[in-house]
Design a binder for this molecule. Structure first.
Ligand code: SF4
Length: 341
């Protein structure tokens, strides 16, 4: 499969993350099936798609919570695929993860200070207890929490505070790469914006690269430098945020954007509703040819037999037989029917 290379960032840098032809199969279920992506240092790439598209599985493979079936994952130029978990933890180009549910990812029997300090104890750096404590206090301050929070348990905190603790724990080891998996979707709507703002500020100030896994397109529009759209285990479009929101090239991206609520009613009106129709097909038996053909209003005969390659479009790539080099050719016209199959 063609590697999906970002056009952002300076070309001389070793990328923060390079994923090449990643596959993660659970028996017959091909959750991730030929996924490639390059994330430059300091960039935030959003990975979007419906539930079941495989985006969370990609994140878990990168941090080695899952052992990939095949493919390679390089962090800071170092191939992590063949390292032991212990070696991964000691690797300088560290990668951290923030999970969807802070309540489930924080040990209820540990004090918050010990939770945040845990990566320091597991890492290569040897610090005295007082230095560790100072680092924890500094990290709490950076995520907007007082030093006294270190002496509390996670269940004594609000959901928003718990996610701030998760972020502090993820950042204390100064990772070059953060995987943020739906970091606000388990939170009350009222605190989601403040946690997103915090992530945006930290990412800009510290400069770590971030793979932001989400189905929240308004957060993507606010945060992302680049957007990668996943469908049934593969990337179907990847382009800079402005271009993908202004003129999405792939019919699936167009449908996702059309379905997303937007604050401005005028914009919503311009985004004609395109109904995706049937549920996502089973990843254990993906459709032949273009995997999106069973739901695509523009599908034609070729789509059922021939897999569309990723084609170059302005700013990035898209995988659709109809897409032209200028990114046009596959616009969905408000649910118009062009099906011949
Ligand atoms: Fe639709 Fe065919 Fe393009 Fe796939 S290749 S997105 S089925 S038009």
């Amino acid at each position: 499969m063609t590697a999906v290379r970002s056009t952002q960032g300076s070309s001389g840098d070793v990328p923060a993350l390079e994923v090449e032809d990643l596959k993660m199969h659970f028996g017959p279920v091909r959750a991730v099936d030929g996924f490639s992506l390059t994330l430059p240092q300091g960039q935030l790439t959003a990975l979007v798609g419906e539930s079941g598209s495989g985006k969370t599985t990609v994140g878990r493979c990168v941090v080695r919570l899952l052992e990939p079936t095949s493919g390679s994952v390089k962090v800071g130029g170092v191939d992590m695929t063949h390292l032991s978990r212990r070696q991964v933890r000691h690797h300088d180009a560290r990668v951290s993860m923030v999970f969807q549910d802070p309540a489930g990812s924080l040990n209820p029997r540990m004090l918050v200070g010990d939770i945040i300090a845990e990566p320091l104890r597991m890492g290569r750096e040897r610090l005295s207890a007082s230095r560790r404590s100072a680092r924890v206090t500094a990290e709490l301050g950076r995520v907007g929490l007082g030093a006294e929070v270190a002496y509390r348990y996670a269940h004594e905190l609000s959901g928003g505070q718990r996610q701030r603790v998760s972020i502090a724990r993820a950042l204390i080891s100064s990772p070059s790469l953060l995987i943020a998996d739906e970091p606000t979707s388990a939170l009350d709507v009222s605190v989601q914006a403040s946690v997103l703002n915090l992530l945006a500020d930290l990412q800009r100030d510290i400069g770590f690269a971030c793979l932001f896994i989400t189905h929240d397109l308004s957060a993507v529009e606010y945060l992302a430098d680049e957007v990668a759209v996943m469908y049934l285990g593969q990337i179907v479009e990847m382009r800079p945020r402005e271009q993908i929101f202004a003129a999405p090239a792939h019919p699936y991206t167009q449908a996702l954007l059309a379905a997303a609520p937007v604050a401005d009613p005028a914009v919503q009106k311009r985004r004609d509703p395109v109904i995706l129709g049937d549920d996502l097909p089973s990843p254990s038996d993906p459709p032949s040819g273009c995997r999106f053909h069973t739901r695509c209003p523009l599908a034609f005969d070729l789509c059922t037999t021939q897999i569309p390659e990723l084609r170059t479009v302005p700013g990035g790539v898209a995988a659709c037989h109809l897409v032209q080099p200028d990114g046009t050719g596959s616009e969905l016209l408000g649910g118009s029917e062009r099906r011949h199959i």
